[in-house]
Design a binder for this molecule. Structure first.
Ligand code: MN
Length: 208
């Protein structure tokens, strides 16, 4: 095994009532674990065990085959679960808040635009906040396992908009899922990502 399932920062029921233990069990312990195992098998098969997940995502981004899909699912889920907390910092501050205000006029307006992006998303995928090379921030919708990193954006925040992320808890109520997402999103993590020169899930990629 090269990659291991990252350890959750919280107990499985700690995000209730916003995300149930049932959803965490399926999303983290079954779905995410499946892709970690799949990636280890594929990297061995493709003889890519010396590369980072980011390097593989960039190399295979255009082909979008099973290798890109599986590697990106591991990266994306590491990123998603890392930013959730039962005791989050609920507002960004400092440089990140300034960047949000500059790109979206206000924090409230940013959240409104992000909510709209999640609610209007058709099909499976994720909604992201990223920083572009010109340092402005952008909200994008990436279908399936897509990742803004492959467009040279630096991902800061992601809401998993696949049905497996919310449907048990919010059947036919995607809007309620994203409104409650803000209650468990830890802006402390997002600020660290913003201030870091590196992509924040690199530490999950340590080879053992
Ligand atoms: Mn997911």
């Amino acid at each position: 095994m090269i990659f291991e399932l990252p350890i959750l920062r919280f107990e499985k029921d700690a995000l209730e009532p916003y995300i149930s233990a049932h959803t965490i069990e399926f999303h983290y312990n079954k779905y995410f674990r499946y892709y970690v195992n799949k990636v280890n098998i594929l990297l061995d098969e493709f003889q890519l065990t010396t590369l980072s997940l980011e390097a593989i995502m960039k190399r295979y981004a255009k082909r979008r085959g099973i290798l890109f899909y599986s590697v990106a699912q591991v990266w994306n889920h590491s990123f998603y679960f890392e930013q959730l907390s039962p005791t989050p910092k609920t507002m960004p501050e400092g440089n990140l808040l300034s960047a949000i205000n500059k790109s979206f006029d206000s924090f409230t307006e940013f959240k409104h635009k992000f909510d709209k992006a999640v609610i209007s998303f058709c099909g499976s995928g994720n909604t992201w906040l990223s920083q572009k090379e010109d340092e402005t921030l952008i909200i994008t919708q990436e279908t399936n396992a897509g990742n803004p990193f492959t467009k040279n954006y630096k991902p800061l925040l992601m809401c998993d908009v696949w049905e497996h992320a919310y449907y048990f808890d919010y059947p036919c109520r995607k809007a309620d899922y994203v409104y409650n997402f803000w209650n468990i999103l830890d802006w402390d993590v997002i600020e660290k990502r913003f201030d870091s020169k590196k992509l924040s899930v690199e530490r999950f990629n340590a080879q053992i």
